[in-house]
Write a protein that binds this ligand. Structure first.
Ligand SMILES: [Zn+2]
Length: 76
């Protein structure tokens, strides 16, 4: 059997991806081929999903947008 693993970020052309923290091998993947500000927002978005699994997409997007703006304001 020949199995190859392709990241869902690459396969599905996603900006980011997170698995439930209770899954074996839980992970957050962020597509590195995006602008720094977008990368930070996507990373924060996926982290928020990991911490508040089941929260609405609207709340997650709001959290990521605001926190990434705060980081940008401080040059991070
Ligand atoms: Zn999301």
């Amino acid at each position: 059997m020949n199995c190859t693993y392709e990241s869902p970020v690459k396969r599905m052309k996603l900006r980011g991806y997170v698995t439930h923290q209770k899954m074996e091998g839980a992970k957050i993947l962020v597509n590195p081929h995006q602008e720094d500000d977008d990368f930070n927002e996507v990373l924060l978005h996926e982290i928020a999903h990991a911490f508040w699994w089941g929260a609405s997409e609207e709340k997650i997007e709001h959290f990521a947008a605001i926190t990434s703006q705060i980081l940008k304001k401080f040059g991070r």
